[in-house]
Design a protein around this ligand. Structure first.
Ligand SMILES: Cc1cc2nc3c(=O)[nH]c(=O)nc-3n(C[C@H](O)[C@H](O)[C@H](O)COP(=O)(O)O)c2cc1C
Length: 205
């Protein structure tokens, strides 16, 4: 059993999303004590934006090849590596805060490397069809305000986006956990963590 743990908060291991994702991890490890964990901290080791070679390859032109020269590693090489890491995982945990109504740019950069036409999905007359084998993906989301339910006073482009983009590459078995309204302070955040515990027990099997 291999677990790929993706985190992207600038607050590292103190972050709410990381701590929430650790609760998922604890449950998985209690069921699979010998699981191997692969960690990808997208804030500590940020990915570059995709380069011209990559954009050219995906867009069917070769114009970008020159623009890519001089970089330590081309986006295509990096993309191969990140896709292999994802393909290899039996289970994925993604920890993400909401930034400006959606995912942080660090996580978007990872998605741009792994959502790749002709590799992780194919464009067909019926639409985009993912090529990755499905597996459980647990997504731990934190937000300063409410983003779901009646108390939400902001649009949420984060969860709908991940619910659209991950199935595009074949990852359809998605479970979301949320700690919302962290701006209300540590007591409210602790209460939100307590509220999510039962959901975690029910869903992480
Ligand atoms: C750049 C930036 C943008 C943010 N945008 C939003 C937002 O649109 N909606 C929201 O509810 N919270 C927003 N927040 C607040 C974070 O989502 C909140 O502090 C969250 O608890 C951080 O989680 P973390 O500890 O996992 O980083 C933003 C924070 C930052 C740093």
């Amino acid at each position: 059993m291999k677990i790929l743990h993706i985190t992207c908060s600038p607050r590292g291991q103190q972050s709410v999303s990381y701590r929430l994702s650790q609760r998922v991890m604890d449950r998985l490890l209690s069921q699979h004590p010998a699981a191997q964990i692969v960690t990808r901290d997208l804030w500590a080791e940020p990915l570059p934006h995709v380069d011209g070679e990559y954009a050219g390859a995906l867009g069917g032109t070769r114009d970008g090849a020159r623009a890519a020269s001089g970089r330590a590693m081309s986006s295509l090489v990096l993309s191969e590596r990140l896709i292999a890491e994802l393909r290899d995982a039996d289970c994925v945990i993604i920890a993400t805060p909401m930034h400006n109504f959606t995912v942080p740019s660090a996580l978007k950069a990872w998605l741009d490397h792994v959502v790749r036409i002709g590799v992780t999905f194919n464009a067909t007359p019926e639409g985009k069809i993912g090529t990755l084998a499905d597996r459980p993906v647990y997504i731990a989301v934190s937000s300063g305000g409410y983003r779901t339910g009646e108390r939400a006073r902001q649009p949420d482009f984060l969860e709908p986006y991940l619910r659209a983009i991950l199935p595009t590459i074949g990852l359809k078995n998605l479970t979301f956990f949320s700690v919302e309204s962290t701006v209300a302070g540590p007591e409210a955040t602790t209460a939100a963590f307590a509220a999510v515990e039962r959901e975690l027990d029910d869903c992480v099997a």
